[in-house]
Design a binder for this molecule. Sequence first.
Ligand SMILES: NC(=O)c1ccc[n+]([C@@H]2O[C@H](COP(=O)([O-])OP(=O)(O)OC[C@H]3O[C@@H](n4cnc5c(N)ncnc54)[C@H](OP(=O)(O)O)[C@@H]3O)[C@@H](O)[C@H]2O)c1
Length: 261
Amino acid sequence: MKIVIVGAGRIAWHLGKRLKSKGLPVAQVISRTTSHAKSLAEVLHAEWSDAPSEIIPDAEWVILAVKDDAIEEVATAFSPFVQDALVTHTSGGTAGAVLGRHFNRFGVFYPLQSFSLEHTPVWSKIPFCVDAAHQEDVLQLKRIAKTIGNLVYQVTDEQRALLHVAAVFANNFANRCFAIAEKILDEKDLPFELLHPLMEETLAKALQDSPERMQTGPAMRGDTDTLKRHLALLDHHPEWQEIYKILSKDINPEMGITNLS
Ligand SMILES: NC(=O)c1ccc[n+]([C@@H]2O[C@H](COP(=O)([O-])OP(=O)(O)OC[C@H]3O[C@@H](n4cnc5c(N)ncnc54)[C@H](OP(=O)(O)O)[C@@H]3O)[C@@H](O)[C@H]2O)c1
């Protein structure tokens, strides 16, 4: 299968290397920044270019691994040069239908994990959410996802849009809360490691049972005095006070938290 990756960021690097290691080598890397396209292509032993017009004519699968806001623009740039290939993007938050305006065979190949260049992904634990306009392409994408990973789901545009919102809560917001906790400790010269066992326990319990049932803390118990003390301690960080109040109210709507100061 002749695979072309468009983009040379985190997903392109990880996906390109994984495809190659599983016997699905990338034939060409195209990215707008020449040096980025070249660096990744060297690692993948692939051709490279910075121009959509130079896409190999026999491309069979084109993976648009560019930032969400650029997908439409990149699709527009490639559409005159792609006839028969299946074109997918890798975005959780972008409808596959966006590609339908430009290509006959289109779909989504979304690996639901947070990728960074420094960490090697554990592919067997990454859910691949795939979808395509044509059933034979869905099957093809499922086969590829099974080859490079283990967990494969067919997820519609509508489902994936909400899945992405849920992922922002589970990953981005949870991580932001960890970061705020780290800063709070740092202000009193306490090491973040103090919270590691608690963080591990929180995740272990949330994975074992419903997080809704696992909820503990002053808001859950209705400990108003403790809550007031916490808010007072956050006086110099009004934005964290707001987050504290919103989350506490969501945990225990009965408490009348908006009246606390
Ligand atoms: N990283 C993750 O954790 C993750 C997880 C799942 C899905 N995704 C999805 O994968 C896609 C790529 O994400 P990423 O993390 O790999 O991003 P990234 O590391 O920031 O790389 C973004 C890529 O987009 C290209 N790009 C940006 N603006 C462009 C434009 N206007 N025209 C053409 N190319 C442009 C850049 O090209 P140059 O390098 O050539 O400048 C770069 O290669 C996104 O749709 C994202 O939602 C990411």
